[in-house]
Design a protein around this ligand. Structure first.
Ligand code: UDP
Length: 235
């Protein structure tokens, strides 16, 4: 598969590195360097980053927070991470721009598909912050939505696991990895690649997902160059 434009999903949790909370500067720096190196090959990269290292609406609700306010806090957490990534990208010499799903200039520009594509075509990394702007969604769903909108060739889901397995490899040592798998098989086997809303959007709009381990340095570029190190989820 040839990738000219991708939507890279990074989880907020991975940004913690070895910490229990917040942003690990070393991990942030590694992400920025990897994105810079990948962009040097000419591929256009939109990034959606999660907020789970700071706040999640659902877990907030179990502690008594109003769910909608909690989700808004979660979305603001993605903005914090996006600004951190923007800053780290600038520091390594990578042009980039932050777009937000809800209006909050001058923190970022209000997102639109066309502004994001213009930015990508200028060679900037477009960081798409604040999820979908709506509560009750996740950044996986935001990645599916934005990936479809910006007409990405695939969504790259960077995780700490190196692909999709028959069972959770962190719990079941006999689990084996798929090189490729269809969306239907993901449903039928009850595998947790992303939440169902996100998975369904990708399936219905034919956006393939590459699941790979983003925490091993250099992997992003390796996957872009066609190395078979993750799992391709396709229609
Ligand atoms: N969120 C939301 N709407 C969106 C995207 C995110 O309400 O469109 C909130 C939700 O509360 C979520 C939090 O932002 O828990 C952080 O996002 P997510 O849990 O997806 O982050 P990740 O797990 O990737 O770190």
């Amino acid at each position: 598969m040839q990738f000219n434009r991708i939507l890279l999903k990074l989880s907020g949790e991975s940004l913690m590195g070895d910490k229990q909370y917040g942003i690990d500067e070393k991990r942030l720096q590694e992400y920025a360097e990897q994105i810079y190196e990948a962009a040097q090959t000419g591929v256009q990269i939109g990034v959606v980053i999660g907020g789970g290292n700071i706040f999640r609406g659902l877990s907030g609700a179990t502690k008594g927070f109003d769910r909608v306010k909690g989700d808004q806090m979660g979305m603001l957490a993605t903005v914090i991470n996006s600004l951190a990534l923007s800053s780290a990208l600038t520091a390594v010499g990578q042009e980039n721009r932050v777009f937000t799903a809800v209006r909050m200039e001058p923190v970022g520009e209000l997102y639109s598909k066309w502004k994001a594509i213009e930015s990508l075509e200028r060679g900037e990394i477009a960081i798409l912050a604040a999820g979908t702007g709506n509560p009750f969604f996740t950044t996986d769903t935001a990645s599916a939505l934005r990936g479809i909108e910006i007409e990405a060739d695939a969504m790259f889901k960077g995780t700490r696991v190196d692909g999709v397995y028959t069972a959770d490899p962190e719990k079941d040592p006999t689990a084996t990895k798929f090189k490729t798998i269809t969306f239907d098989e993901v449903y039928n086997r009850g595998l947790k690649v992303m939440d169902l809303t996100a998975t369904t959007m990708c399936k219905e709009n034919n956006l393939s997902i590459v699941v790979f381990d983003m925490d091993s340095y250099g992997n992003l570029k390796r996957v872009l160059e066609g190395e078979d190190i993750g799992t391709l989820v396709h229609v």
